[in-house]
Design a protein around this ligand. Sequence first.
Ligand SMILES: [Zn+2]
Length: 271
Amino acid sequence: MKKIIATLLATIALSGCATTTKDSVSGVKRSQFMLLPASQITSMSAQAYQQTLKEATGKNTLNVDKAQLERVRTISNRLIAQVGVFRPDATKWAWEVNVEKNDQLNAYCMPGGKIMVLSGMMDKLHATDDELAAVIGHEISHALREHGRERMSQAYVQQFGLQALAAFVTKGAAGGAINQAAGMGSQLFFALPNSRLQEQEADRMGLELAARAGYNPDAAVTLWEKMSAMNKGAPPEFLSTHPASENRIADLKALAPKVRPLYEAAKAKQS
Ligand SMILES: [Zn+2]
């Protein structure tokens, strides 16, 4: 057993714990615990996304407002054009961007670049382009950092324990257990909340991504303020899946001056 654990730790040190993205102005460089293969997470997420699109089509809620869709796609594509700064491989992901008619204030980007923005962001929150870029940039950053895969890897260890993990390491993917984990895939993706650390990383990287795409970094702050203002009684969906920490706005405000030159350079290029 000692030998197995030693092998395990060595493997995690070599491949399990790595950082998914390149360090940049926003300073996100924590090393991550990754056990489940990225390819599996990506295909799982693609399937779940297709299913969501199918269901939304059936309910007549997919991309109903063409002008809104075009607006969201334009903003998203400008952000996606910048992802290579953090990870060059992501420029080749099969990115998809859609809008679902739904009053909730929410958006997500599933692993591998499957973006969905709920129309409440536009219809109810009246988010500006800069604010939409802040939300979408935040969600894209979760995907670039592979936070979903990280959460699922942690859940896998919690569910199946050290023995399964040791078997995984010594014999390769343990068929039964890993299929079970895969089966839980999309549910896990939505059920497991991002940790506070993951949220902070998505905030920071998202702020830089938006600035590089020519969106005003101050919008991340106004977005959170608008969200909080609407947060009377029941919290908006985005806040319940994205628990707001007290220092979230302070953190964004502190980073804004560092990414502002990137924003100004991008604006100068556009004009
Ligand atoms: Zn988040």
